[in-house]
Write a protein that binds this ligand. Structure first.
Ligand code: BES
Ligand code: MN
Ligand code: ZN
Length: 507
């Protein structure tokens, strides 16, 4: 997909297969819609009056308008003008893209990025346009016998029509949005691939592939012997139940020196270490000996969506050459029942030296993440963010709208919340009071791996916090947001949007 801009004072003279123009509710026309209306002697006002309400995301196609060069003009509803926002802008671009895909168009032009809204500039609107259009072109057919080639979107060129003075900033935003869409698309595909294909080895290969595609990313994939040497007894205890060997993926992204590291005027204290992203990579979670019920167990192939979001984010930042240093850590294995699997009551020793009594083998995410959190210490990070489909309790608490955000650091938490809002990939901050820690008490080890039903998402975060004391740390529980079940079953690519925006804001 190719994103570009065109600056024109006369949109009616612009040659394209389809030109999107925005129409608000109550018949209020955007600048481009008004220009097309005047050139076509009132064609738009007439159809708006007769049948187009301007509801958000509604579309209506007008072909061969007199006085207009574009083959089609697509009216796109923007809702109430007073409520117009990044969210409506994204919905509108997606509605237009959906039309273009369905009409089998290869090229299209949208004037929507020129329409201002609160807290937006041309760059942000360009980013929103490209990420929205990119997302609506996502198509998964990797595991069908004969992929339906006709069903693949044909759209290859998307042009944003903007003012000349906004062209450079819009181009920058489009590049960022396109990179984000690519990153999300990678995350979704890895998530959608089944457990028998997307194994820990496969994820390791996917990371290495990124290392080959981008010079700025160095990749090391550790095998069980090397993981054992590191002392990751908790991680390996989960992996032992499966015949698929575990992998520990380490990715090192080095962009141009970032503002945080290179500024000569900044004090020494501002010369901060890298940001570390840690993704839960359980490629299938059967529950292990504490086995899960059969219904919807297939969805536990999505239990590596944290890892997928980290890979997607790394891809996105490498694509735009983000300044600064980012490390990705991915502990990845299967959680299976077998003669070598963890048993309830087993006690394992983590890399930190703390021992853990495994009371439920289905609480395996925290068992693999805790060793990655300890490994992260060696980078002297300025922030560590782990991303995990960690608890069903988080789905109960927050549903499928917000990811759960837990942090011991208010500044880091706030930065992630803001980024989530900007990227329309929101999180909600959850508590992490010390008082919850008592639920993890064990009679036989330093801690138990479960804290009972009450506050299940919180006690899972409490467990992780015991391994994350050496640096500012945040945990994102994406159990509710990483994929959809039901008829629209599939990975969402969340929270790549939030993470990418957070890293952009930091650079
Ligand atoms: N991967 C699951 C969490 C999950 C469950 C995500 C359902 C999305 C939907 C995790 O490994 C798990 O099984 N957690 C347990 C923890 C419990 C045993 C304390 C859970 O949430 O039931
Ligand atoms: Mn589990
Ligand atoms: Zn799991």
């Amino acid at each position: 997909m190719e994103f570009s801009t065109h600056a024109s004072v006369s949109p009616h003279q612009y040659k394209t297969a389809a030109l999107a123009v925005g129409v608000f509710k109550d018949g209020i026309l955007s600048v481009a819609a008004d220009a097309i209306d005047r050139a076509s002697q009132g064609a738009i006002k007439a159809v708006v009056k007769a049948e187009f309400t301007g509801n958000t995301g509604a579309t209506l196609v007008l072909r061969d308008l007199k006085g207009v060069t574009a083959l089609r003009v697509v009216l796109v509803g923007l809702g109430k003008q007073s409520e117009y926002s990044a969210k409506t802008h994204a919905t509108a671009e997606q509605a237009f893209a959906a039309y273009c895909v369905q009409a089998r168009l290869t090229e299209a032009t949208s004037s929507l990025a020129a329409i201002p809204y609160a807290q937006s500039d041309a760059r942000a609107r360009g980013r929103t346009a490209a990420s929205a259009v990119g997302a609506s072109l996502y198509h998964f057919d990797a595991t069908f016998g004969k992929p339906d080639l006709e069903a693949r979107p044909k759209l290859k060129k998307f042009i944003a029509l903007v003012d000349k003075s906004d062209q450079a900033a819009t181009n920058q935003g489009l590049a960022e949005g396109a990179a984000l869409a690519e990153g999300m698309s990678l995350a979704r595909t890895l998530g959608n691939l089944p457990g028998n294909i997307c194994t820990p080895t496969y994820l390791g290969e996917a990371a290495k592939k990124l290392g080959r595609e981008f010079k700025s990313i160095k990749v090391t994939v550790l095998e069980p012997k090397q993981i054992e040497k590191l002392g990751m007894g908790s991680f390996l205890s989960v992996a032992r139940g499966s015949s698929q060997p575990a992998r520990f993926i380490v990715m090192h992204y080095q962009g141009k020196p970032g503002a945080r590291a290179s500024s000569k005027t900044a004090s020494k204290a501002a010369n901060k270490g890298p940001i570390v992203l840690i993704g839960k990579g359980i490629t299938f979670d059967s529950g292990g000996i504490s086995i899960k019920p059969a219904a919807t167990m297939d969805e536990m192939k999505f239990d590596m969506c944290g890892a997928a979001s980290v890979l997607g984010t790394m891809r996105a930042i490498a694509e735009i050459g983000l300044p600064g240093e980012v490390i990705a850590l991915i502990p990845t294995c299967e959680n299976m029942p077998s003669g070598t699997a963890n048993k309830p009551g087993d006690v394992v020793t983590s890399m930190s030296g703390q021992t853990i009594e495994i009371l439920n083998t289905d609480a395996e995410g925290r068992l693999i993440l805790c060793d990655a959190l300890t490994y992260a210490e060696r980078f002297k990070p300025s922030a560590v963010i782990d991303i995990a489909t960690l608890t069903g309790a988080c789905v109960v608490a927050l549903g499928k709208v917000n990811s759960g955000l837990f942090s011991t650091n208010d500044a880091l938490a706030e930065a992630l919340l803001v980024a989530g809002k900007q990227a329309q990939d929101p999180a909600w901050r959850m508590p992490l009071d010390d008082a919850y820690q008592a639920q993890l008490k064990s009679n036989f080890a330093d801690m138990a791996n479960i804290g009972g039903q009450p506050g299940g998402a919180v006690t899972a975060a409490c467990f992780l916090s015991r391994f994350a004391k050496a640096y500012p740390w945040a945990h994102l529980d994406i159990a509710g947001t990483a994929w959809h079940g039901g008829a629209a079953k599939g990975a969402t690519g969340r929270p790549v949007g939030m993470l990418f925006q957070y890293l952009l804001n930091q650079a």
